[in-house]
Design a protein around this ligand. Structure first.
Ligand code: ATP
Length: 440
């Protein structure tokens, strides 16, 4: 159960996200579409940073990973093979009084809205179904993928034939997934359209444990690199009765969100179930040929699965800070440099002095070219600008003043650099700035 303070924190994060252009309610001017959210410029920049860091760590920095971008709409047969058509369902109950619907495991036996009695649970399939093409028959039924994983499995053979990778190797994909959640809630935590970053890591059966352990370590180190404290992330060893029947081991990595400890991402050993199913349903061989031993077999697979939006929320929750600076209360985002949407904001001390504005603009253009993700801000007094940048998590504010122009000759071509967390200022040469920022 959440208490008032935590509800309050959630409200503050949602309101900051909207006010500062991180995340807006989907279709807001039409009253909002439940379970959908739109990312504004800063939210998109934050999300892209999180995705790029993942891609860098799990794909570009390794020699055993292959990238993929599969179609979102997939053939109906693929979802029959994966078991989603028959089994991707949550137990749904309906309130007999107000007729609202809920996921059974999110109620305590009574309607959460009006305390009315609930109906018997029935299985509700969460896949979005649609028709493709002009002919309406069952062969035209397709689904929006509820996970990116199956797009990887159906391309296993393509990657194998094109690149001849040796086991173990992985295929990685970032992309949208869709689930018709019965009760979307908790901001971007549980939505109907979201983004996943998934890897299927193929291995010989006898090596699954080593690969599982290694990937688990990499997942934790990635999470920590985003500024989510390790001691707020918990490994939940999922007991057999709660695992998918084909999974021999699953760890849910949970995070302390303001509304409780909930799944951030997961790691599952899925045996060779998925590839075997696709072999059977498609009639296409999914074997790997081991040149050394001459054996043919269907590889086993370890799956690290991240939800991008849940990471965004964990990053925002971890970063949200209230303190006092210079005797004034402030709230700000203590974002890690690597995820911050803006790394540095460049100010002219005064807006109405063209020589300051020109110099600051010139500096801004140079840093934009050399560092990227910087902003120019001349709106309001310096104090206001600091507060605005603190609130969106900008680690550094750089001010061009009269000394920059040489009023004190010894300070020519220097600027003040203010640190977001401490408010401390130091004077640096413009020529040192690129190095200074890149070292962060
Ligand atoms: P939950 O139990 O919370 O519904 P799940 O166990 O069904 O989640 P998985 O099927 O393991 O989730 O999906 C992998 C990852 O995708 C999750 O760890 C999560 O980060 C993300 N994810 C799943 N469903 C949603 C959703 N509705 N909204 C946002 N992210 C989601």
């Amino acid at each position: 159960m959440t208490n008032k303070k935590e509800d309050n924190l959630m409200e503050k994060i949602v309101s900051l996200a909207k006010r500062r252009g991180f995340v807006f309610q989907g279709s807001e001017i039409y009253g909002g579409l439940a379970g959908t959210w739109d990312y504004g410029p800063l939210g998109l920049a934050l999300k892209n940073n999180i995705k790029n860091l993942w891609w860098q760590k799990f794909v570009l920095d390794r020699e055993d990973m292959y990238g993929l971008d599969a179609a979102i709409i997939m053939a109906g047969r693929a979802w029959e093979a994966s078991g989603h058509v028959a089994g991707f369902a949550d137990p749904m109950v309906e309130c007999e009084k107000c007729h609202k619907r809920f996921r059974e495991d999110q109620t305590d036996g009574k309607c959460p809205e009006c305390a009315g009695n609930l109906s018997q649970a029935r299985q509700f399939n969460m896949m979005f179904k649609t028709q493709i093409g002009a002919v309406e028959d069952s062969s035209a039924t397709v689904y929006l993928r509820p996970e990116t994983a199956q797009g990887i499995f159906v391309n296993f053979k393509n990657v194998l034939d094109a690149y001849h990778p040796k086991l173990p190797f992985g295929i990685a994909q970032i992309g949208k997934a869709f689930r018709n959640e019965i009760t979307p809630r908790d901001f971007v935590f549980r939505t109907r359209e979201f983004e996943q970053m998934e890897i299927e890591y193929f291995t010989k059966e006898e090596n699954w444990q080593d690969n599982f352990t290694a990937l688990h370590k990499e997942m934790r180190s990635y999470i920590e690199s985003l500024g989510i404290p390790s001691d707020k992330v918990y490994d939940l060893e999922v007991p057999e009765e709660d695992r998918a029947f084909y999974s021999k081991r699953t760890i849910d990595l949970e995070f302390d969100y303001p509304f409780g400890r909930k799944e951030l991402c997961g790691l599952a050993y899925r045996t060779n179930y998925d590839l075997s199913q696709h072999a059977e349903f498609s009639g296409k061989d999914q074997n790997y040929f081991d040149e050394q031993t001459g054996e043919k077999f269907i590889p086993h697979v370890i799956e690290p699965s991240f939800g991008v939006d849940r990471l965004v929320l964990a990053v925002l929750t971890s970063a949200y800070t209230e303190d006092e600076l210079g005797g004034e209360p402030r709230s700000y985002l203590k974002l890690n440099y690597n995820v911050a949407p803006i790394k540095a904001a460049i100010f002219p001390l005064l807006k109405n002095k063209p020589e300051l504005v020109d110099k600051a603009r010139e500096l801004y253009r140079m840093l934009k070219r050399e560092v990227g993700q910087v902003a120019f801000d001349d709106n309001g007094n310096i104090g206001k600008r600091y507060r605005r940048q603190d609130e969106i998590g900008t680690p550094y504010c750089i001010t061009v003043d009269f000394d920059t122009l040489g009023e004190k000759p010894e300070l020519l071509d220097t600027v003040t650099v203010r640190d977001r967390d401490t408010g401390d200022q130091q004077r640096l040469k413009i020529s040192e700035l690129v190095e200074f920022l890149k070292s962060k």
